[in-house]
Design a protein around this ligand. Structure first.
Ligand code: NAD
Length: 513
C-alpha cells in the first residue's frame, strides 16, 4: 500500500508562510507588495503567500541566468550529466517530501502525486544521457581535403512557465533537458502550487549546478510578460491553457524567441461495440476522474459507437462511480482528491449547471458532495453526462474537472469525424479488439498522442510529448528528441586544412566534381 507522508503540524493553526523567489542560488524575498494565496485544497485553507515578482525582480533573475550561462555552456556534458545523476538521486531521497508538497498544494492523492513525480524523474534520467544525446554528425572528405560536421549548442537563457496541474512533472520536463543541454533557466511556476519548483531548485543546486543555472521567479502576468519580451531570453517553454498559450506564442515569437506552447485539451475516447466493456469502463474511471480530471490527458469525452455500447458503458460507469472514494489527498484510501482552489471548484460546478441548462442528461451529479469532515475542502464528486450534443458548451470547452461527457454515435466514421472536428487535439484513445479499426484510427486521427486500449497515452521521457490543433503552438514538443532539439541550436562546420587548399581564388559555387 502507498505510504502516505503526513505533515504532523496542525495546518489550520499555523499562519500562512511567506514564500521567496530563488535567484542566483539563494532565497530572495519579494518586494512588490502583491501576493497570491497558496491553499491546501483538502483543508480549504491558505497555507502560504507567494509574492508576485515585479519586472525588475524578474530581470534580476534573467541577469543571473545570463551571467551563469557561458561557464555552464562550456562545462563538459559529462560533468552536466553527473549533476543530473545526483539530482535524480536527491529527488528520490526527498520523494516523500515532494509527494507531500504536490498533495498539500495541488490536492492529488498521494499515490497519484508519486506517479506524477516519477514521470518527471524519468525525464531527469533521460537527461543523464546528455553526452550521447548531443552527439553530432561527421562526414569525412566530402570534397578534396574537406570534412563536415554538425554540433548542437545550447541556446542561452531559457524560460519555463508552468501550469498548476503537474507542479513537479512539468517543470522537470523542461528544466532537466534545458540544463543538461548547457542552458540556464528561469522558471515561473503556477502561482497556485509553487512549492515543488522551489524545492527542485534547491536540490539542483545541492546536486552541483552552479548558482544562477536554475532560478525560480514567483509571479503572475507581469513576470511572464517580462520573460516573453526580455532580449536576453532565447527560448520560452510554456504549458497551460489555450488562451494563455496563444498569448505566450504570439508575444515571445514576435520578440524573436523560439517558443513551444502546450495548451488545453478535450480528449476523446471511442469505444467500439467489440471492446471489453469492463476494461473500457475501468479505463474511463481512471482517465476521467483520476487527479479530479485536472490532467491535460484526462478523457473528458467518451464516444460509444451504437446504442447498446452506450447503454452497457453507462451502466458500468454508474456502478463504479457509486464506489469511487473521494477523500483527503493524504488518506491512502482516497482515489480522487479535491480540486485545486475554491475558484476552480466553482468554475467546474458552474459548467455542470451549464450542461443541465443546455439539456444534457446529468446521470450522476457530484455537485456539492464532500467527504465526511471536509466541509471546507474544495471537493466535489464525479459527474457523468449522457446524451451530450456537439454544439453544447460542455462538449466544446475544456472543463478541467471530474466531469465526463458521453456523446452517442452511430458509427466509427461519425466518432472519428467528431474527434477530428473538435478544436483540441491533444490525446485520443480507442477501445476495440479490431486491429484494422485501431490501425485506421491511429493513422487518420488528428491528434498528437494516440492510445489503443490505453486511455492516457502519455509518451515516455525518451519520446516527445505534444498535441495538435489548439492543444499546442510551435514546432517542437516536450522532452525526448524534440526536447533536445528545442534547447539546442544546430551548427554545421565545413573545414579543410592547408594541404587541401588549391592556389588561386574560386568564383563559382563550389561543387564536387
Ligand atoms: P493557465 O494558462 O491559467 O496558467 C499557466 C501559466 O501561465 C501559469 O504559470 C500562470 O501563472 C500563467 N498565466 C496565467 N494567465 C496568464 C496571463 N494572462 N498572462 C501571462 N501568464 C499567465 O493554466 P492552469 O490553469 O495553470 O493549468 C491548466 C491548463 O493547462 C489546462 O488548460 C490544461 O489542459 C493545460 N495543460 C496542458 C498540458 C499540455 O501539455 N498540453 C499539460 C498540463 C496542463
Amino acid at each position: 500500500m502507498e505510504t502516505v507522508p503526513r505533515d504532523t503540524t496542525d495546518a489550520k493553526a499555523v499562519a500562512p508562510k511567506e514564500l521567496c523567489h530563488f535567484i542566483g542560488g539563494r532565497k530572495v524575498a519579494g518586494t512588490s507588495g502583491r501576493f497570491g494565496d497558496v491553499c491546501n485544497p483538502t483543508l480549504g485553507i491558505v497555507t502560504a503567500r507567494e509574492p508576485f515578482a515585479t519586472k525588475a525582480e524578474t530581470e534580476a533573475a534573467i541577469a543571473d541566468a545570463a551571467e551563469a550561462f557561458p561557464k555552464w555552456a562550456a562545462t563538459s556534458p559529462l560533468v552536466r550529466a553527473r549533476v543530473m545523476f545526483r539530482f535524480k538521486q536527491l529527488i528520490e531521497e526527498h520523494m516523500d517530501e515532494i509527494v507531500h508538497l504536490v498533495s498539500s498544494e495541488h490536492g492529488k492523492v498521494a499515490s497519484d502525486a508519486r506517479g506524477s513525480i516519477q514521470r518527471g524523474l524519468e525525464v531527469v534520467e533521460f537527461a543523464c544521457g546528455i553526452g550521447h544525446l548531443l552527439k553530432g554528425e561527421f562526414s569525412n572528405n566530402v570534397s578534396n581535403g574537406i570534412d563536415m560536421y554538425s554540433l548542437r549548442q545550447p541556446v542561452g537563457v531559457c524560460a519555463g512557465i508552468t501550469p498548476f496541474n503537474f507542479p513537479a512533472m512539468v517543470p522537470l520536463w523542461m528544466l532537466a533537458v534545458a540544463v543538461a543541454c548547457g542552458n540556464t533557466f528561469v522558471l515561473k511556476p503556477s502561482e497556485r502550487d509553487p512549492g515543488c519548483s522551489l524545492r527542485l531548485a534547491e536540490l539542483l543546486l545541492e546536486a552541483g549546478a552552479p548558482p544562477g543555472v536554475l532560478n525560480v521567479v514567483l509571479g503572475d502576468r507581469e513576470a511572464v510578460d517580462t520573460l516573453l519580451t526580455d532580449p536576453r531570453v532565447a527560448a520560452v517553454s510554456f504549458v497551460g491553457s489555450t488562451p494563455v498559450a496563444r498569448h505566450v506564442y504570439a508575444t515571445a515569437s514576435a520578440h524573436g524567441k523560439r517558443v513551444q506552447a502546450m495548451a488545453g485539451a478535450k480528449n476523446h475516447m471511442i469505444v467500439l461495440p467489440d471492446a471489453d466493456m469492463d476494461q473500457a469502463a475501468d479505463a474511463l474511471m481512471g482517465a476521467a476522474y483520476g487527479s479530479a480530471g485536472e490532467r491535460c490527458m484526462a478523457i473528458s469525452v467518451v464516444l460509444p459507437v451504437g446504442e447498446s455500447t452506450a447503454d452497457a458503458l453507462r451502466e458500468r460507469l454508474v456502478e463504479r462511480i457509486k464506489t469511487l472514494k473521494v477523500g483527503a489527498s493524504d488518506d491512502a484510501a482516497s482515489e480522487m482528491g479535491p480540486l485545486v482552489t475554491r475558484d476552480h471548484l466553482e468554475r467546474v460546478q458552474g459548467y455542470v449547471d451549464v450542461g443541465v441548462q443546455e439539456g444534457a442528461e446529468l446521470v450522476v451529479d457530484g455537485r456539492g458532495k464532500k467527504p465526511f469532515g471536509h466541509d471546507e475542502g474544495f471537493f466535489m464528486g464525479a459527474c457523468l453526462f449522457d446524451n451530450v450534443k456537439p454544439e453544447m458548451r460542455i462538449y466544446q470547452e475544456e472543463i478541467f474537472g471530474p466531469v465526463l461527457c458521453m456523446l452517442r454515435t452511430e458509427s466509427f466514421d461519425e466518432a472519428l469525424r467528431l474527434t477530428d472536428e473538435h478544436p483540441y487535439g491533444n490525446g485520443v484513445a480507442i477501445f476495440t479488439r479490431d486491429g484494422d479499426a485501431a490501425r485506421d484510427f491511429s493513422t487518420r486521427v488528428q491528434a498528437g498522442m494516440v492510445g489503443v486500449n490505453v486511455p492516457i497515452p502519455v509518451p515516455l521521457a525518451f519520446y516527445s510529448f505534444g498535441g495538435w490543433k489548439d492543444s499546442a503552438f510551435g514546432d517542437l514538443n516536450q522532452h525526448g528528441p524534440d526536447g533536445v532539439r528545442f534547447y539546442t541550436r544546430l551548427k554545421t562546420v565545413t573545414q579543410r586544412w592547408p594541404t587541401g587548399i588549391r592556389k588561386g581564388a574560386e568564383f563559382v559555387m563550389p561543387t564536387m566534381k
